[in-house]
Design a protein around this ligand. Structure first.
Ligand code: GLV
Ligand code: MN
Ligand code: MN
Ligand code: MN
Length: 411
């Protein structure tokens, strides 16, 4: 099946550049942390723009936003698509928002053509995909799916002690809709690849077949604050040097489980934070990923065993808490095939791949048939202000999204 509907890549691009002003950084990136003023600004823009396109916008009790275009069969379940509008602290213009704006572009294209789908179409902005301000990542698709507890998530705090629930109310996005009340016929998420494969292989479309598992660990290392000038080296209980060993242990474990396994220490604090005080406390946040669930479990076990050795050797305590785990997922073959067929119908070079990054589609895949579309990004760089993608590739991704949605509507 194929239609002649063509999305407008220039319009998509100008919408991407317009929204990049919300939280724009001097280096050309975007800082739009979940539930910040910048997140509110882009949400307000999204709501107004969707309403101007004739979509009915609603918000659920954890801030997920749904913009719906009716279908001809009001009893049919909606076909959903979208991604997220929040970013990393030093993020780019594409991670997340491309999938939302491509969905908007698909809606605008259908409107212009006066094309009626059988199923309603629902464009979604999932709250807090990044997990940078409030952990974990993919939070509110996880709540929607029933895998994460709403009350626990609302009570979670950022590093300044502000709670997710308070901030959600502050920006006016705690909506009345019951979370998880909607059930979709299908969900399709377009995203930049965030890795180097498509660019290196000169493919325009990644047909995503699944995603790797993720474990987040929070650690506290406790030694003893003491004087930098007077404490003999053998008498120190230096939490900073223990942290240095922990960082290298994360790398060593990842390499041991490589090349599929990866491990990162992305955030740490050194306390009390004074040049001439030996740090008595450090904290760290670690991220391990692997496409195989058992290997992911083994990575975590290897790391915690290594922490015990480091603690003994350095006379410190190391407490490690697992705050989140998302098992590897496989996407639905019907959606994978629809995406593949859509790429072929548009003569776009494509390859199947699994996602190294986490996406809301992972949680949604537990609720309805789900799949993803990737497009290349420059040097595979993401979670970086320099993140970039071309107008042509973003447009190709949006075209495949629209085509895939129409294929699913026809079934
Ligand atoms: C968040 O974007 C993640 O993939 O970790
Ligand atoms: Mn993302
Ligand atoms: Mn991201
Ligand atoms: Mn992600």
């Amino acid at each position: 099946m194929s239609t002649n509907l063509k999305i407008n890549p220039e319009r998509l691009w100008s919408t991407l550049m317009e929204t990049a002003q919300y939280g724009a950084t001097p280096k050309g990136g975007v800082r739009r942390l979940t539930l910040s003023d910048e997140d509110k600004m882009v949400r307000d823009w999204f709501k107004t723009t969707c309403e101007a396109a004739g979509l009915a916008v609603s918000v659920d009790a954890i801030g997920n936003m749904f913009a719906t275009r009716p279908g001809t069969d009001p009893s049919a379940p909606a076909i959903a698509f979208g991604s997220h509008l929040d970013t990393q602290p030093a993020g780019g213009k594409f991670d997340g928002i491309l999938g939302v704006l491509a969905g908007l572009e698909a809606m605008r294209t259908l409107n212009e053509a006066g094309y009626e789908t059988t199923h309603p179409l629902t464009l979604v902005n999932w709250t807090n995909e990044e997990g940078a301000r409030f952990a974990p990542a993919m939070m509110c698709s996880g709540v929607y799916a029933g895998d994460l507890d709403m009350a626990t998530m609302l009570a979670g705090t950022d590093r300044d002690g502000k709670s997710f629930g308070e901030e959600l109310e502050r920006i006016g996005y705690k909506g009345p809709e019951t979370v998880g009340e909607r059930r979709f016929k299908a969900f399709v998420e377009l995203h930049i690849e965030q890795g180097p494969i498509l660019e290196a292989e000169e493919k325009t479309i990644g047909v995503v077949t699944g995603g790797q598992g993720i474990v987040w660990l929070d650690g506290v290392i406790t030694g003893r604050d003491s004087h930098a000038g007077t404490t003999p080296m053998p008498m120190r209980r230096d939490a900073m040097n223990a942290l240095a060993e922990v960082a290298l242990a994360i790398e060593a474990v990842a390499l041991e489980f490589g090349p599929a396994g990866v491990g990162t220490l992305g955030e740490a604090l050194v306390l009390p934070g004074s040049r001439n005080t030996i740090p008595g406390t450090t904290t760290f946040k670690a991220d391990f990923r692997h496409p195989d669930a058992e290997a992911l479990t083994a990575m975590e076990a290897a790391f915690t065993a290594r922490c015990r050795e480091i603690a003994d050797g350095r006379k410190v305590e190391i407490d490690v808490t697992r705050i989140w785990r998302k098992d590897p997922i496989a996407f639905n073959s019907t959606i994978v095939e629809a995406v593949e067929a859509a790429a072929a119908a548009n003569a776009l070079p494509a390859r199947r791949m699994i996602s190294g990054a986490g996406h809301d589609a992972f949680y949604i895949s537990g609720t309805c048939p789900t799949g993803m579309i990737f497009v290349p990004c420059w040097e595979g760089v993401s979670h970086n202000e320099e993140e970039s993608a071309t107008e042509a590739d973003c447009g190709a991704g949006a075209q495949v999204l629209l085509d895939a949605l129409l294929r699913l509507d026809a079934n």
